[in-house]
Design a protein around this ligand. Sequence first.
Ligand SMILES: CC(C)(COP(=O)(O)OP(=O)(O)OC[C@H]1O[C@@H](n2cnc3c(N)ncnc32)[C@H](O)[C@@H]1OP(=O)(O)O)[C@@H](O)C(=O)NCCC(=O)NCCS
Length: 193
Amino acid sequence: MTHCGDGGNLATSYLWREEVRPEDVEVVWKLVTATGFFSDQERDVAVELVEEYLRRGPASGYRFLFAELDGRPVGYVCYGPIPCTVGSFDLYWIVVDPRQQRRGLGRRLLEHAEQRIKRAGGRHVYVETSGRAQYAPTRAFYERCGYSVAAALADFYYPGDPKIVYRKVLSQGVSCSDVAALPEHPGTATRGL
Ligand SMILES: CC(C)(COP(=O)(O)OP(=O)(O)OC[C@H]1O[C@@H](n2cnc3c(N)ncnc32)[C@H](O)[C@@H]1OP(=O)(O)O)[C@@H](O)C(=O)NCCC(=O)NCCS
């Protein structure tokens, strides 16, 4: 079983928030921009997922979890069930404020998402990233958190830039009845892990 604990950040008490608020459009825009990691097009896609959730709620297929520190969002993860599958989930985005990186928050966000996915009957978590050098830290992060390469699609993004599909197999089984919509807890926020 893969260790996905608290990293070196045991003392930090984050507030975990699943509720998505209108101001999260700007929150996500700022977090994604602050990484300096994503293209404008990628950033627009990240924001669109929030807007889609605000329009359609859970029917959007997206789930969010924000980590707040002293009232300020410092990271988030977005994931959701993959349509027409039983128990397969996509991890769409995970971002940590650069000032908070390498302190275990990314791991904790991922662990929280995996716990929620398991509770919803999920078996597999998939995440896609690029194989180019810029994404080596991202790949290292997934690998350190127990994700393995399930597929590599050569020249996917452009010639010489493959898509790498990572997968993590979650430890519990699943029954079809478990795979209804994820439970939604609007307004819930919990502190600590
Ligand atoms: C990827 C990201 C979410 C990681 O968040 P983080 O809070 O810095 O990660 P953590 O501190 O929880 O690290 C978890 C593990 O990954 C490893 N890791 C994290 N960043 C790493 C890096 N840049 N290089 C190598 N390993 C790294 C850590 O060493 C740690 O492993 P260990 O505990 O076994 O030592 C964050 O760097 C980020 O937001 N990056 C930009 C956006 C991005 O790439 N998102 C993913 C695609 S959507």
